[in-house]
Ligand binder design. Structure first.
Ligand SMILES: Cc1ncc(C[n+]2csc(CCOP(=O)(O)OP(=O)(O)O)c2C)c(N)n1
Ligand SMILES: [Mg+2]
Length: 328
């Protein structure tokens, strides 16, 4: 086990956790408006999966995408500025929480329509195949998404056209307040892969290393054989669906059960057991991450709002200034 990699994965998860805690606070202070869907509890999935990918592989995600964005970019400044609606945000302050976008870093959103991005991910993968480029697309979505028509369309095309895409279902047991057992006749979402067909795996999403290995296998299958995979990562969100959801539909006992599987604590235990770092070293890392997030808030606060004159920019591809960040 590579010590550097292990600590990097731990730090990336911590960065997401602390970033969102601070974003939550800023929201309650009125500094952030609009929607805010926190990823807290699911960090093992984004970090494990994205750590297995190349920086040139594409990422397509949902409205719960702060974690995926930070795992790819490690850039809390552009993320926080986007939440604050500032011109220095990754989507130039026009997207907000649900619409992070960064073309240069191959982060293709941030999508709010449940299931709508699954065929888009198949399309991105099709483009790579068509151009004979070696890149794979990682598509993240929730368990509720597996009941949407667009999900089936996306997986059907990926299988038929043999597209280099990894579909990663983050099964957190709920779609808003609806528990999965009320909408799915099978226990594992990955069973759906059989119908297309494509390879599938059901894994523990709270173990970032297990996610990394599983997604690593799927990435190889995509890159070397041009075949898609459906990976189902079982996990749990510690907070409500969005900031305005008190999550009264689930019991304290259920929450406590899943908090014992906290991906950050799980990895910390592994780090101690392997003797890769001690508590003091992880504490030091914690302080460093907190400082980084404080700087991100300062950066966001001091950044200007988008200029009114640019209101119509970026509405259509090619309109407005084309830059590395959000772009067209
Ligand atoms: C087409 C569509 N229908 C309904 C909604 C409202 N909605 C937003 S999130 C959500 C639940 C999605 O659950 P899941 O796919 O499990 O993702 P999670 O929020 O758990 O990450 C719903 C129904 C929407 N955004 N788009
Ligand atoms: Mg869900």
């Amino acid at each position: 086990m590579d010590r550097g990699l292990l600590l990097e994965i731990y730090r990336d998860m911590l960065l997401i956790r602390r970033f969102e805690e601070v974003a939550h606070r800023c929201y309650t202070e009125g500094l952030i408006s609009g929607f805010l869907h926190l990823y807290t509890g699911q960090e093992g999935v984004a970090v494990g999966a994205i750590s297995a990918a190349r920086p040139t592989d594409y990422i397509v995600a949902t409205y719960r995408e702060h974690g995926h964005y930070l795992a790819r970019t490690r850039d809390p400044k552009s993320a926080m500025a986007e939440l604050f609606g500032r011109a220095s945000g990754c989507s130039k302050g026009r997207g907000g929480s649900m619409h992070f976008f960064d073309l240069a870093r191959r982060f293709m959103g941030g999508h709010a329509i449940v299931g709508g991005h699954v065929p888009l991910a198949a399309g991105v993968a099709f483009a790579s195949k068509y151009r004979a480029e070696p890149d794979v697309t990682l598509c993240f979505f929730g368990d509720g998404t597996a009941n949407m028509g667009a999900f089936h369309e996306g997986l059907c095309l990926a299988s038929l056209w043999k597209l280099p895409v990894v579909f990663i279902c983050e099964n957190n047991l709920y779609a808003m307040g609806t528990p999965l057992y009320k909408t799915l006749a099978v226990e594992d979402v990955s069973t759906r892969a059989l119908g297309y067909p494509m390879a599938r795996e059901t894994i523990n999403g709270d173990d970032a290393l297990e996610v990394r290995e599983s997604v690593g296998r799927a990435l190889r299958r995509a890159r070397e054989e041009g075949l898609p995979t459906l990976v189902e990562a079982k996990t749990y969100r510690f907070r409500g669906h969005s900031i305005s959801d008190p999550a009264k539909y689930r019991s304290k006992e259920e929450l406590e059960f899943w908090k014992k599987r906290d991906p950050i604590l799980t990895l910390a235990e592994r780090i101690y057991t392997l003797g890769m770092a001690d508590e003091a070293q992880l504490k030091e890392m914690e302080l460093e991450v907190r400082r980084e997030i404080d700087e991100a808030v300062e950066f966001a606060r001091n950044s200007p709002l988008p200029d009114e004159k640019t209101l119509h920019d970026y509405v259509y591809a090619g309109s407005g200034e084309e830059t590395a960040g959000g772009g067209t």
